[in-house]
Design a protein around this ligand. Structure first.
Ligand SMILES: Nc1ncnc2c1ncn2[C@@H]1O[C@H](COP(=O)(O)OP(=O)(O)OP(=O)(O)O)[C@@H](O)[C@H]1O
Ligand SMILES: [Mg+2]
Length: 274
């Protein structure tokens, strides 16, 4: 064997070693302990769970998610950059952002060929993390505030096979600034690059309560604005929409609508340029 051949063989061996180590590292990560969501409790609280896949709630979310998925994977009318990164926000607190994020994620995970990753980006008020029973676990703030914690370290697998969750993470003195940081921008780019075949859903703060949600609209491909039926006045919704990056696809979800006769809690109000 010539010395060149020997050198090539050594190089191939070394590369093989790296590949093996990467595969092994991945295996360890995939085998990280599963976190079980308390699906019975979530169901009793009115959230969508796999048991309800034939119910009215599931049907409503099927309608809401369809255009989001078309845009996420380039099957919409216009290709959308980063369309698989979808944030859920609203004008004001309490309109149902977390409810919508969780149910959309569950709906997508129940029927989709793709894995869904939910990120609790409402780090000041991490309701989704609490609902999931992931309080106290490392999460988004830890990735943003530390160089040694990576995305892969904070993704929780769940008992819903295609559903993964990144909890909000430890409380941090500058929580709200973290969302507007360069680290957040870098993380979003990493998520888009690393998981192009996943839907990544972000539960975020309200647009009019803090500036972070508005900044996040520039980092995602699609924005879902939840509007509480009968409560949020139209000028307030307009003001909130004015804070959304105008190049983004924006969907409006009418939540808590109990109109007589319709039987619907939700209405999908459109999807187009803001
Ligand atoms: N369509 C709905 N039907 C029944 N209950 C709902 C509905 N939407 C929201 N809720 C309930 O209303 C409350 C507020 O909803 P949620 O926490 O989702 O709002 P939010 O916009 O995330 O609030 P925050 O701004 O505090 O994060 C919760 O108790 C939630 O379970
Ligand atoms: Mg919330």
């Amino acid at each position: 064997m010539s010395s060149i051949e020997k050198a090539m063989e050594r190089a191939a061996g070394a590369a093989g070693g790296v590949v093996e180590r990467l595969v092994a590292a991945r295996r360890v990560r995939e085998e990280a302990p599963r976190h079980d969501l308390d699906l019975g409790r979530l169901r009793s609280m009115g959230y969508l769970t796999p048991e309800d896949s034939d119910g009215a709630l599931a049907e409503q979310y099927r309608i809401i998610k369809r255009p989001l998925l078309m845009n996420a994977f380039g099957r919409g009318a216009v290709p959308i950059e980063g369309g698989n990164l979808i944030m859920v926000t609203s004008s004001l607190p309490g309109e149902g952002k977390t409810f919508t994020t969780f149910n959309l994620a569950m709906s997508m995970a129940m029927e989709l060929d793709h894995t869904v990753l939910v990120v609790d980006a409402d780090i000041v008020k991490p309701t989704l993390t609490e609902l999931a029973g992931l309080k106290g676990r490392p999460g988004l703030t830890d990735v943003l505030a530390s160089d040694s914690v990576g995305v892969g370290d904070v993704i929780a697998r769940t008992n819903v096979p295609k559903l993964r969750i990144i909890p909000a993470g430890k409380a941090h003195p500058n929580s709200s600034e973290l969302l507007a940081s360069q680290a957040m921008r870098t993380l979003m780019e990493e998520l888009a690059e690393r998981y192009p075949d996943r839907v990544v859903l972000f539960d975020t703060p309200p647009l009019l309560a803090a500036s972070q949600a508005s900044i996040l609209t520039y980092l995602v491909g699609q924005v879902v604005v939840v509007v509480e039926a009968g409560r949020t006045p139209q000028p307030v919704v307009k003001e909130a929409l004015g804070l959304v990056d105008s190049s983004k696809a924006v969907g409006l979800v009418l939540n808590k609508s109990h109109e007589r006769g319709s039987g619907d809690y939700y209405g999908y109000y459109g999807h187009g340029e803001a």
